[in-house]
Ligand binder design. Sequence first.
Ligand SMILES: CC(=O)SCCNC(=O)CCNC(=O)[C@H](O)C(C)(C)COP(=O)(O)OP(=O)(O)OC[C@H]1O[C@@H](n2cnc3c(N)ncnc32)[C@H](O)[C@@H]1OP(=O)(O)O
Ligand SMILES: O=CC(=O)O
Ligand SMILES: [Mg+2]
Length: 558
Amino acid sequence: MTSSETGTDPAPALQVHGELLPRFEEILTPEALGFVATLAERFGSRRDELLQARVDRYAAGRPGDHLAFREDTAAVRDDPAWRVAPPAPGLEDRRAEMTGPTTRKMVVNALNSGARAWMADFEDATAPTWFNVVDGQLNLYDAIRGQVDFTDERGKRYEVGAETPTIMVRPRGWHLDEAHLTLRQAQGTERAVPGSLVDFGLYLFHNAAALIAKGAGPYFYLPKLESHLEARLWNDVFTAAQELLGIPYGTIRATCLIETTPAAFEMEEILYELRDHSSGLNAGRWDYIFSMIKNFAEDADHVLPDRSQVTMTSPFMAAYADLLVKTCHARGAHAIGGMAAFVPSRSNPDATTAALAKTTADKSREAGLGFDGSWVAHPALVQTCLDAFVAVLGDRPNQLERQRPGVSVTRKDLVDVSTTGGEVTVDGLRTNVRISLEYLSAWVGGAGAVAIDNLMEDAATVEISRMQVWHWLHHRVRTADGTVVTEELVRRILAEVVDTLAADADEPARGRLDAAREVFEQTCLVEEWPQFFTGYAYGHFLVEQSLIEQGLAEQGRA
Ligand SMILES: CC(=O)SCCNC(=O)CCNC(=O)[C@H](O)C(C)(C)COP(=O)(O)OP(=O)(O)OC[C@H]1O[C@@H](n2cnc3c(N)ncnc32)[C@H](O)[C@@H]1OP(=O)(O)O
Ligand SMILES: O=CC(=O)O
Ligand SMILES: [Mg+2]
């Protein structure tokens, strides 16, 4: 463990508390840290206020009362004149976007995937260990400079080919801190820097000039926003960052995920706030389902069926997708589809056939709705996605011209889940518990995305499982066979799942399983659910003990 003071006047000082592994100093330069510190100092308190506003909104009134199209921003929605900036270089054609973590092998494989764009993920697909945060930056730094090739421990050579996708980086959401980097406050205390500004700031600082020189630019995805004011904050960060680095206004581009229920009511306002830096909206379906459960946590009428039965054709999800395409195309912005979670399996040809067929169905549906492109989680699915969009787009790079005048989406369409159909089953409950335990075990070990039952699981999908169990338990839901979901039942299933998983586990894996169980219990089997499991899990399992003692680790707040 090292601790060094960095930063040069007039930039504020930043303390580094994480281990300085080989080459980390290439990313954690005094200048780069000074840049992040400046952003944190200028924007940290606004970020805190916006996080508090989230908590206040949940707390005020009856469940869902806060979800409505805003009156105070009606002028933005009613003004037909404004448009977002035209697509930036490399972002005209986004018919297939690969996503994934920023480990070195994944970086090379993603760059060779044949996708038009690659979303390099520090968010849902990454457990933000100090290593993953800095190593991911190093891998991107190398990739942009054409020096990411390597040979793995088995002697397999990884080399990037000639044609590579446009890179888009997804920083952590506003809610997570980076405990290994702290900023000294005026009163002499230290406080952790927002993880979002670390991921964004380090990437931009090191790579903006190189990306611009290559004819592309620094492009981002923005996760988990809950209001247009949070988008305004990002826009102000972009403006300040461009000024600090001396790059033209509007060079940075960001696609905002619409993956919370409150944000669905502010799609137009979010685009408007980001309009000079916008590259569209994405339908982040998994966090969206999670957000729906959270926003109606106290409402027994909003209980959703088993996770597998909530799909993009569920009426409330279909309404959200329709509104997103309509909103984007009215403003000249790309509408990007979400993640079909089916992944192929090398050892199971039937699972691969099923994954390809289901992905075709999902991407064809999205192309038909008017989306301009979509996400896939695995390189073997890129061609499937391309084919589905080529069938609709032909030679056109996108279908921005396609308007959806017939679409009219009301508040009720967005929040009414009564027509979802399906049922809650004991099997669904057991699956939620098992997937949570398996995934959380991987997460505390540093892996943010894993395949379980031939499905891609990441922080967003597992948040649904965790929060669904909480919801069913809180409302003592009766399952299809008449069983009532009680704490005793959930604890019994939890114990059985842990026993089964422990039977095949070595000692380190048992340690991770214990940690996973703790995270599950503390975020699901509690009356006051934390907004994200990642806050609790990060604060307890990914951060150095000394930082926890100093109170510098995020502890599961909003
Ligand atoms: C809700 C959301 O936010 S969705 C977006 C965030 N989530 C993601 O991006 C998840 C992305 N997907 C993944 O991480 C992976 O596909 C997983 C973890 C689900 C499965 O990965 P694996 O178990 O390695 O799959 P599998 O063994 O089939 O991989 C085959 C090869 O493809 C590579 N690969 C698989 N997925 C990816 C990916 N997303 N990016 C780059 N390479 C990949 C593997 O590295 C492996 O390479 P190798 O042959 O050189 O060893
Ligand atoms: O980030 C994407 C999602 O579906 O969540
Ligand atoms: Mg998400």
